[in-house]
Write a protein that binds this ligand. Structure first.
Ligand SMILES: C[S@@+](CC[C@H](N)C(=O)[O-])C[C@H]1O[C@@H](n2cnc3c(N)ncnc32)[C@H](O)[C@@H]1O
Length: 494
């Protein structure tokens, strides 16, 4: 069976665009963040990663018929209108299905033989996607449809409230990575079955120790005056009693204490109703629209990959997949075509690295790649910076910055913005810049949603091993996601 639509791709079209490494953050480059249309990125990855990716999670646009924006925050002022476009989600259905079909076909080639793919959609497109996935991955490789109940109630005036998303889980073959996960028991089940408390307040269930009616047989002996047919030999019964693991009923019958806190929990089922959506007050919230909770990705990554495996997300948005993969010791590749998404991911991963460094845990670093067709910036900003020399070290002070403002943003100037530096969201320094080489992040600073202050003078105190002229590159990312690079020459004395 096959789903057919107008313009369904008949042959694999592989537009090519080489990936250029443009930034290096942290030590290694085992992780990749790629800015570009995945239509170009996926074929470019085939050469190095065909059959190498262990887990793919994608959360593509759902075809909701809207554009998604992010709140704009300039300097310390509260979030303002206008908002910045994050990504567009307006589709003709045939074009949407062709987009999905082409990408999924390439993703299958990238997956390892033990690999899995999770496709996160909602009821607008998930039924079409399922037939397409059956065609590409094979009906036998369909593993589950997960219903994620993301919100408790929705007031849809003319119908049932739409409160769930659909996550389709397929594997490349029948030999796939699988780690069984458990979740907390329902409170009703706990109340009914774990009715007893020991003197320390630990809940337990009093389980049967009699072997009557069991097929496997048992042991006949008298225990504390009660002759019976028991499940364990007398030595084990003694051992359990000494450990305080036997509960005696009012009639003196022994029963085994099964502690709730020693149970793994309920095996995870296909309806997930215990993970909340990112709310406006959520600690995780970065302001990127449709950001998914880390708990959701934790579950998927733990169930379908192992430490050191390679996890990919080709519609990564704010970078939830990479963040969780990094925390769980997996390698990652993330791709997005939106400048705001890439900027959000870059800051989010750097923030995680800073946290890991504080806990003296390793961070593995990542490289940022771009496809050849990334859009060229419009206009040039005003920019002025100067070196600050002190005790044979050098730092950089940004004195002036103002990005080019499109007509609709000109009105921002009227707002109480202290100066053009308020438009800087992030800046970084490469103290050893070389033309044609990726920008090395030797130092960087940025604003977060909670902390809106920004250093305008670096505090690295960089020293060179050789005196004389050096070239420094400064990267500035403005509040609209605009990415600007400046080069200044300095002379370091010995
Ligand atoms: C629903 S959002 C993903 C949100 C993400 N799961 C998170 O937790 O933040 C979909 C993303 O797909 C990206 N996207 C849409 N079309 C794309 C394409 N052709 N290539 C790469 N990314 C694309 C959008 O820019 C958007 O960031």
């Amino acid at each position: 069976m096959e789903l057919v639509w107008n313009g369904k791709p008949t042959a694999e079209v592989l537009p090519t665009s080489p990936l250029a490494k443009v930034e290096q953050i942290g030590g290694g480059d085992r992780n990749w963040l790629i800015w570009g249309d995945n239509q170009l990125v996926l074929p470019a990855l085939l050469e190095q990663f065909q059959g190498q990716i262990d887990l793919i999670y994608i959360d593509p646009p759902f075809a909701v018929g809207n554009n998604f924006t992010m709140p704009l925050q300039i300097g310390c002022t509260p979030e303002t209108a206008p908002k910045v476009l994050a990504y567009q989600d307006i589709w003709d259905r045939d074009a949407y299905l062709s987009m999905l079909f082409e990408r999924l076909t390439l993703m299958r080639r990238l997956l390892s033989n033990q690999g899995s793919i999770y496709v996160h959609l909602d009821s607008r497109m998930s039924h079409y996607a399922k037939v397409i996935l059956d065609e590409i991955f094979g009906v036998d490789n369909f593993r589950a449809e997960i219903i994620w109940k993301r919100t408790t109630a929705h007031s849809d005036a003319h119908g049932y409230g739409q409160i769930h998303d659909n996550i389709l889980f397929y594997t490349k073959s029948s030999q796939f990575t699988w780690n069984r996960l458990h979740c907390a028991y329902d409170s009703n089940y706990v109340m009914k079955n774990y009715r007893y408390h020991d003197r320390n307040g630990r809940r337990f269930m009093a389980d049967n120790l009699s072997a009557s009616g069991l097929k496997g047989g048992g042991y006949h002996y008298s225990w504390k005056g009660k002759f019976g047919f028991w499940r364990c030999p007398e030595t084990t019964m003694n051992h359990l009693d000494q450990q305080g693991k036997i509960y005696y009923t009012t009639s003196g019958l022994p029963r085994l204490k099964r502690y709730l806190d020693e149970m793994p929990g309920k095996p995870l089922q296909s309806i997930w109703d215990d993970i909340s959506v990112i709310s406006s007050r959520s600690q995780e919230r970065l302001g990127y629209p449709t950001q998914k909770p880390e708990a959701l990705l934790e579950r998927i990554i733990q169930a379908s990959s192992n430490p050191q495996d390679l996890v990919a997300d080709f519609f990564c948005g704010s970078g939830t997949t990479g963040i969780v993969a990094e925390r769980l010791g997996r390698r990652w590749i993330m791709v997005d075509s939106s400048q705001m998404a890439i900027h959000t991911c870059r800051k989010r991963v750097i923030e995680l690295y800073r946290r890991l460094q504080k806990q003296t845990k390793p961070d593995h670093g990542f490289a940022l790649y771009r496809t050849g067709n990334s859009p060229a910036p419009a206009g040039m900003p005003l920019f002025k910076a100067q070196p600050i020399y002190q005790d044979r070290t050098v730092d950089i002070q940004i004195i002036e910055f103002l990005p080019p403002l499109s007509q609709d943003l000109e009105k921002l100037r009227e707002q109480p913005i202290a100066n053009g530096l308020d438009f800087i969201d992030f800046w970084a320094i490469d103290f050893h810049w070389q033309p044609g080489q990726p920008f090395q992040h030797h130092w960087q600073t940025y604003r977060t949603r909670k902390n809106r202050t920004l250093k305008t003078i670096s505090d690295r105190g960089h020293s060179y091993t050789t005196p004389g002229p050096h070239t420094i590159a400064i990267k500035v990312i403005d509040a609209f996601g605009g990415d600007w690079n400046f080069v200044i020459a300095i002379t370091q004395g010995c």
